[in-house]
Write a protein that binds this ligand. Structure first.
Ligand SMILES: Cc1cc2nc3c(=O)[nH]c(=O)nc-3n(C[C@H](O)[C@H](O)[C@H](O)COP(=O)(O)OP(=O)(O)OC[C@H]3O[C@@H](n4cnc5c(N)ncnc54)[C@H](O)[C@@H]3O)c2cc1C
Ligand code: SF4
Ligand code: SF4
Length: 1019
């Protein structure tokens, strides 16, 4: 089948004709029939196919096309079309598999967007029936109010779907208490590839074709009884192959409490190769009411591993987890701002490893007693004072977040050497854990690499990924290490695949694990259920070699196209040493795209950007749920473009489409575990796109605002006519694309920059004892001058001598300064640089004296700490960045230093509750604690932080007619409803555009924190 690259059409509607013309007949026919027979999304462009060619593995196999069913029954329709056309089918959920399970030629069917309902919740029987596309966290969020949960708590709970979890027989951190997926699935309705919809449930009650399948498997199990008993690993964590042992359980935990065979267990772990799941019935557990956590600190890794077997015996049924975090992981966590404080709460001194030991039950007092037993055990084992006891929920929750992020923390390593998943979940009996980990560490050393160990010590499944360079000698080393690791697994009678499944990476090891007879039986099962070989063919049966480089993302032909970047990406352009993890100097990594490609390749497809709960990332995906609009989809698109796998490269319409809804919120910069900074990438890409396609009128208008503001503000009536006359707004929309529905900021004749108020002179502030420089941006200066005045007043009231920064250049002395943000937003890097240069020159003398430069608008001030550093502005950019702070950040620091007593004495008590919305850039730079602390300087202030992502306005994004709806939906996700709920609250939002969005959506006036403080000063 020809799956060669085809360029995408401009309109989705043209897709199938386009594919028919440019690709091949089958693809065209397939797309055409899907389009006419379903209402689902038919994604056959080169970019779409490329985005679905990967998962969280090292593999890349381009599918023929992608189908996103709108209604569940359309899955059957799509299967029927594939049957007619003999096109293979690859079922998919969140696409977070680590072994390449969701990569394959054929039609990928993505269930995660629409097929994600809860069908039936039966609290009486403690069961729930769900569609396969629902994510675990979404399910558990709905169950919470009923006091129950689905306890297979995989680390990817926010993005992993139940269909995918069943497909992989996934296992959570607490599997010692709850078992794996197979122990928690009670039934499945699924289509065979011939179109039959079967009910896979209790064998004894089954009938018809399902019964016949059961009888067939039963016979096979009987026939292979001797092999089953001799070759099947006797551990909890064995997920390789098909569950032939449902009729003769070899797992240390029975598959069902009453020992009755459940046919759905045959599908669990079959990785989409036997049937397509329509729905799953799941067993629910009671939500634990109390938890305690003991963190045992070890000064030897071996000792930690050796202790696991003894710790696992504690707790008379209340022990739910024993999880490892090793020294490397501790050190990496300490370097990540979001995790450092948390990890410090868990360590005593400088441990080599810690074990997180959790007890769960209904009685906290009883659990405290279990904790004491842990302390006593460690004392008996020669480790007194080694346990940090965590009884309160909050510190426990924080520490679990760090542990769950474990793999992602490791993946933040820059350079071509990356931790590679291929032996990362081998499971060995606990009594051999110490010897096994020790021996495998020596194998790594022998091959010039090292691995970081973490995760499920309770069940002998430790995660470890040796660092390999898959573009160079990685595949050979991978093979060699796999051979030696498998010998160790065999020696200790373990399971080679203990959590993440088989896929492309471990398919060839199935026969090694179970022997040829059982492998043949697996082939018979596949043949019996899928005689057409349509469902993910050549995966669990007749799989390829794990090191077949033609199936890899960074295979032999992977090459980056040389480009000249506008921003400096040299921090990513490094080599790293697998054994020491040391990286070479910035710029030495030989990336033909000057580091941009390596920055893009940091995305390992783990899918954290598909989460919906906390954090900012990714507001556009949260609205559309389209892969193309997740940070992952964007990074994959850029990778394809930079490596010549997408015609037209960075200037192509596909890249434009992928980045179109990126609001540049920098949510990913903070929340993406590997630090993919799509906001910065968007600036770079727009620069290249503009060079080819020119700048749209709207971008010219908006970006130049700082240049013409001083003239426009002299004619406010004229300039504001557009807001008064709807026909003019409509005309403006047709000319510029800026929505007539939005009001524009109002020009004023009197504004901060032409007010009479003057601060301290440069000389005065340089000599002052409490100096500060106030940088007032274009927006606060011209449109919301009251904020700038308020900041001036508050700082003055606190006893500071305030100098207002202004241009020092001879052409425009005294004029206002601009950071260049409006130019950056449209990719005009050189113009942004001109403005930033003038700003830096004006600020440098103060920064050199160590004087704080205080800004009000988060996106403007923080440009000085972000993009200014990569625009080639030299050392002065670093000097200024070191002293550039947001208003609230400055006050919070000064307060800690005891310098705000004068201000605090003047502030009058708050009369209303305060609702706080954080600007995305404030959140990205971890500023929310500062602003909360500053609000709390006001006596009796009660502040509630709104859990929101981006407000949706994001500079000019929400003003654009083409983005209006998405912008509103972003705001409606949580920000606006939270504000509407608290009618009496005073709303604080530091971002100009956030305030505008709040006003448009709720008719409520939000204010800058400076104004809030000023309003609490005596008049
Ligand atoms: C950082 C990271 C941490 C991880 N931590 C864990 C962990 O703690 N525990 C764990 O077990 N795994 C873990 N995984 C692996 C992975 O997240 C899990 O296996 C997860 O359950 C997969 O869910 P998904 O929705 O992404 O499935 P996908 O990857 O989309 O699919 C998984 C399999 O199910 C099949 N499938 C999907 N939908 C259907 C359907 N409707 N019918 C039939 N087959 C279907 C697919 O074909 C595929 O074979 C981790 C992965 C990453 C990247
Ligand atoms: S962008 Fe970041 S969070 Fe999203 S898949 Fe890639 S690495 Fe993971
Ligand atoms: S910058 Fe914001 S919108 Fe853009 S990809 Fe990152 S999280 Fe998503």
């Amino acid at each position: 089948m020809n799956t060669s690259t085809v360029s995408a059409p401009n309109s989705a509607l043209e897709t199938y004709e386009h594919v028919a013309a440019a690709s091949n007949e089958v693809a065209g026919l397939l797309a055409k029939r899907l389009k006419s027979e379903t209402q689902g999304e038919v994604l056959f462009s080169a970019a779409d196919r490329g985005r679905y060619a990967t998962d969280a593995s090292i593999y890349q196999v381009t599918p023929l096309g992608v189908f996103v069913p709108k209604h569940p029954e359309e899955v059957a329709t799509a299967m029927a079309i594939c049957r007619d056309l003999k096109v293979p089918i690859v079922p998919r959920g969140g696409g977070t598999s680590q072994c390449g399970q969701t990569t394959g030629v054929g039609l990928v069917i993505d269930h995660s967007k629409h097929v994600r309902n809860i069908l039936n919740l039966d609290l009486q029987s403690g069961t729930v029936e769900v569609q396969p596309g629902i994510a675990l966290d979404a399910l558990n969020a709905s169950l919470k109010k009923h006091g129950v949960w689905f306890p297979v708590d995989v680390s990817t709970s926010a993005q992993a779907t139940l269909g995918g979890m069943a497909g992989n027989n996934s296992c959570g951190s607490r599997s010692i208490a709850y078992g794996n997926m197979v122990h928690n699935v009670l039934g499945a309705k699924a289509w065979l590839s011939n179109g039959e919809l079967l009910d896979f449930s209790q064998f004894e009650n089954s009938a018809g074709r399902a019964r016949q399948i059961g009888e067939f498997v039963k016979q096979l199990a009987l026939q292979h009884q001797a092999d089953l008993q001799s070759h099947w690993p006797k551990v909890l964590r064995r997920v390789a192959g098909y569950n032939l042992d449902i009729f003769d359980n070899q797992n240390v935990r029975p598959y069902t409490p009453d020992g009755k065979v459940n046919l759905s267990h045959l599908l669990v772990g079959s990785e989409g190769t036997l049937a397509m799941t329509q729905s799953l019935t799941l067993k629910l557990s009671e939500l634990p009411t109390s938890k305690v956590l003991g963190v045992v600190n070890f000064n030897s890794f071996y000792k930690a591993m050796d202790s696991a077997q003894h710790i696992a015996k504690l707790g008379s049924g209340t022990l739910t987890a024993v999880e490892l975090v090793d020294r490397t992981m501790i050190e990496l966590s300490l370097k990540i701002p979001a995790f450092a404080a948390t990890i410090r709460t868990a360590i005593i001194g400088d441990p080599e490893a810690i074990l997180l030991v959790e007890f769960v039950g209904s009685d906290k007092e009883k659990l405290k007693h279990e904790l004491k037993q842990l302390v006593a055990l460690m004392g008996d084992m020669g480790l007194p004072n080694s346990v940090v006891e965590m009884v309160d929920d909050a510190p426990q929750k924080n520490l679990w977040e760090v542990r769950k992020a474990g793999l992602n923390i490791m993946m933040s390593l820059k350079g071509d050497g990356k931790p590679v998943s291929f032996i990362e979940d081998c499971a060995v009996p606990l009594e051999h854990l110490a010897e096994y980990t020790d021996a495998l560490t020596q194998v790594f050393q022998k091959h010039g690499t090292k691995g970081t160990w973490y995760a499920h010590a309770s069940v002998g499944t430790l995660h470890v990924r040796p660092i390999l360079d898959m573009r160079r000698d990685g595949p050979q080393k991978m093979r060699a290490i796999a051979e030696e690791a498998s010998a160790l697994v065999r020696k200790y009678k373990g399971a080679y695949s203990g959590e993440h499944g088989d896929g492309l990476c471990r398919g060839e090891w199935i026969e090694w694990q179970f022997g040829p007879a059982i492998q043949q039986a697996f082939g018979q099962i596949k043949q019996h259920l899928d005689p057409l070989n349509l469902l993910s063919p050549n995966r669990m049966v007749n799989p390829p070699k794990m090191d077949d480089t033609s199936l890899m993302r960074f295979g032999n032909n992977y090459k980056i196209i040389p480009i000249q970047t506008a921003l400096n990406w040299s921090a990513w352009n490094v080599h790293n040493d697998a054994a020491t993890e040391q990286t070479t100097a910035p710029g030495t990594g030989q990336d033909p795209a000057q580091g941009l490609a390596k920055a893009v390749e940091m995305c390992n497809n783990n899918g954290t950007c598909r989460k919906f709960d906390a954090g900012t990332m990714c507001p556009s995906f949260r609205v559309t749920r389209d892969e193309v609009h997740a940070t992952r989809g964007r990074a994959n698109t850029l990778r394809l473009a930079l490596s010549g796998q997408l015609q037209g490269g960075l200037e192509s319409p596909e890249v434009k489409e992928a980045l179109d809804l990126c609001v540049g919120c920098k949510g990913c910069k903070r929340d993406c575990p590997t630090g993919v900074d799509m906001a910065r990438m968007k600036i770079e890409v727009q620069h290249h796109y503009n060079a080819k396609h020119g700048l749209p009128l709207k971008d010219t208008l908006i970006s130049n605002l700082p240049r013409y503001a001083h003239i426009a503000s002299q004619w406010p009536r004229l300039m504001n006519l557009r807001n008064r006359w709807p026909w003019l707004a409509r005309l403006a929309e047709s000319l510029t694309g800026l929505s007539a529905e939005r009001s524009w900021p109002e020009w004023k004749k009197e504004h901060f920059f032409n007010s009479q108020r003057v601060g301290a002179s440069a000389q005065e502030v340089l000599a002052a004892s409490k100096p500060v420089v106030l940088f007032v941006d274009t927006f606060n200066g011209y449109f919301e001058s009251e904020n700038a005045w308020a900041a001036f007043d508050v700082l003055s009231a606190a006893g500071y001598q305030v100098h207002i920064a202004s241009r020092t250049q001879q052409d425009a002395p005294g004029q206002h300064l601009c950071c260049g943000r409006t130019y950056l937003a449209s990719g005009q890097v050189s113009k942004a640089k001109e403005h930033a240069q003038a700003l830096l020159e004006a600020l440098l003398p103060f920064a050199q004296k160590g004087i704080a430069i205080v800004g009000l608008e988060p996106s403007c001030l923080l440009t000085l700490r972000d993009e200014s550093l990569v625009m080639g502005l030299g050392e002065m950019a670093d000097t200024v960045a070191a002293h550039a702070v947001l208003f609230e950040e400055f006050l919070a620091t000064e307060n800690k230093a005891g310098k705000l007593d004068a201000l605090k004495a003047q502030l009058t008590p708050a009369k209303k509750p305060i609702l706080l919305h954080g600007h995305c850039h404030q959140k990205a730079f971890g500023m929310m604690p500062s602003i909360t602390q500053v609000i709390q300087l006001i006596p009796q202030a009660k502040v509630d932080l709104i859990e929101s992502s981006c407000c949706g306005m994001a500079g000019s994004f929400g003003y654009e007619a083409s983005h209006l709806e998405v912008s509103k939906q972003m705001a409606e996700a949580s920000l606006l409803p939270s504000i509407r709920l608290q009618q009496d609250a005073c709303v604080v939002a530091d971002g100009t555009s956030c305030r505008h969005q709040i006003m448009d959506g709720t008719a409520r006036e939000a204010m800058h924190v400076a104004l809030l403080l000023a309003q609490h000063l005596p008049k």
